[in-house]
Design a protein around this ligand. Structure first.
Ligand SMILES: *Cc1c(COP(=O)(O)O)cnc(C)c1O
Ligand SMILES: [Zn+2]
Length: 416
């Protein structure tokens, strides 16, 4: 008897406790339904607190978890009375111990645990840095193998706060290939015997792991926030925040109004923004990301450059934005850099480029009146504390075990 079941949002087909990314009947995403309808906090130091709504049997004992605190200096600068920061990164002074410095680590723990509980031994994923680092870290800690495909431009971000071991298999994709090329190669590698795909937004463990940022905010505040700010590439974090708020609403103790998703991408690559502005469920490449590869090269935060986000599918980002009366922002490089400096100087912690984009969108929202002075705002700083981490830890670069010229190379040639 598991603690949850999995349900297809389209046809309603149910599956038991297992690692599963797709419905047998259609292409809808699956969602976990937990038997505990009330969030019952466990005595764990990190994200394991939120065991009620994580799709794993064994409680996660890691000290990594989301942190929520009320902003003072930055909030004052913006004239906001109730600005809360959801911080995922390394900042021991605030109780944040995510040593790979992004909320991707919140996805990695429950994913690897669910995989293990389902009898799996190895996972395959694509990354431009943050996801790869997170899964590599959890792979080293758990001994579960991780095959990580990274475009060459992302290789330098593949470091660890401990020595890598042989459970981490890094595959380097030649210059000229982007994140989506890495995703395409990872899909092929995952078909090798014994390997399973991590699945991106389709992975319930990944989404519900990220959703703990919203849960942490709700338990800290005693209610759901009015607004949720985050920078998105795939939008998985947005979907996760929405799903977490649906569960909080059903719990009954955290309010009934869903937080308004206010999500941002960075120019010139803004396909989700472009489709949402047009009120379209489909992303049309010729309109929404013309010259995608060139746009991606010019983009400040490469983590936000997914060419195939789970936007139009049932239960995807379009539905999440629609259900929460959501807003999208397109941020320039200059706006992001300026926002980064302002946030860092006032809050006293370094943040990653995508989080600078999120901060810039909040500045914009204040200017345009998309938030009110007294509104309760959750700003998801999904990555930060890298400079802070380096004060405390020696970082180790992960060496690639294979090089691929393009996503279509014969898999035998990789020798993995
Ligand atoms: C991955 C990532 C994002 C974008 O997340 P989505 O999957 O698109 O929701 C934003 N910020 C940071 C720091 C990230 O690592
Ligand atoms: Zn189905």
């Amino acid at each position: 008897m598991g603690k949850f079941k999995i349900k297809c949002l389209k046809c309603g087909k149910e599956y038991g406790h297992q690692y599963r990314l797709a419905c047998e009947n259609d292409d809808s995403i699956l969602r976990a339904e937990y038997f505990e309808k009330r969030l019952d906090l466990r005595k764990q130091p990190g994200m394991g607190r939120f065991h009620s709504w994580l799709p794993v049997q064994e409680e996660l004992t890691t000290d990594a978890g989301p942190t929520t605190y009320k902003s003072e200096a930055f909030a004052r600068e913006l004239g906001l009375l109730n600005l809360y920061i959801g911080f995922s990164g390394y900042w021991p002074e605030r109780g944040s111990f995510i040593k790979t410095c992004s909320f991707k680590e919140l996805e990695a723990y429950p994913t690897m645990q669910l995989l293990k509980e389902s009898g799996g031994k190895a996972i395959v994923l694509a990354s431009v840095g943050n996801t790869g680092r997170a899964f590599a870290h959890v792979s080293v800690l758990t001994g579960i193998d991780a095959y990580i495909v990274v475009p060459d431009s992302g290789i330098s971000y593949l470091w660890l706060p401990e020595e890598p071991n042989e459970s981490v298999h890094l595959i380097d994709l030649s210059p000229g290939n982007d994140y989506t090329d890495a995703i395409n190669l990872a899909v092929r590698v995952a078909k090798l015997p014994g390997l399973v795909s991590e699945g991106g937004a389709r992975n319930i463990a990944r989404r519900d792991g990220m959703g703990t940022v919203m849960l942490d905010a709700a338990v800290t505040l005693g209610k759901m926030p009015d607004h949720y700010f985050q920078a998105v590439g795939s939008g998985t974090g947005g979907i996760s925040a929405w799903e977490a708020s649906l569960r909080l609403r059903a719990d009954g103790r955290f309010g009934q109004k869903l937080p308004k998703l206010q999500l941002a991408q960075n120019l010139p690559f803004v396909p989700i923004y472009s489709a949402w502005q047009a009120k379209r469920r489909e992303i049309i490449p010729e309109i929404d990301m013309k010259d995608a590869k060139k746009q991606i090269e010019e983009t400040y935060a490469s983590v936000l450059t997914n060419r195939t986000p789970p936007y139009g599918i049932k239960g995807g980002l379009y539905d999440a934005l629609g259900d929460t009366d959501g807003v999208m922002y397109a941020i320039t490089r200059e706006e992001a850099i300026e926002a980064k400096a302002l946030f860092e100087s006032l809050e006293g912690i370094d943040i990653l480029p995508p989080s600078a984009v999120a901060v810039a969108s909040l500045l914009k929202a204040v200017k345009t009146g998309n938030v009110g002075t007294g509104d309760i705002i959750l700003l998801n700083i999904a990555g930060g504390g890298y400079i802070r981490l380096k004060e405390d830890f020696t970082l180790f670069q992960i060496s690639p075990v294979a090089h691929a010229k393009n996503p279509d190379v014969p898999l035998e040639s990789l020798n993995i």
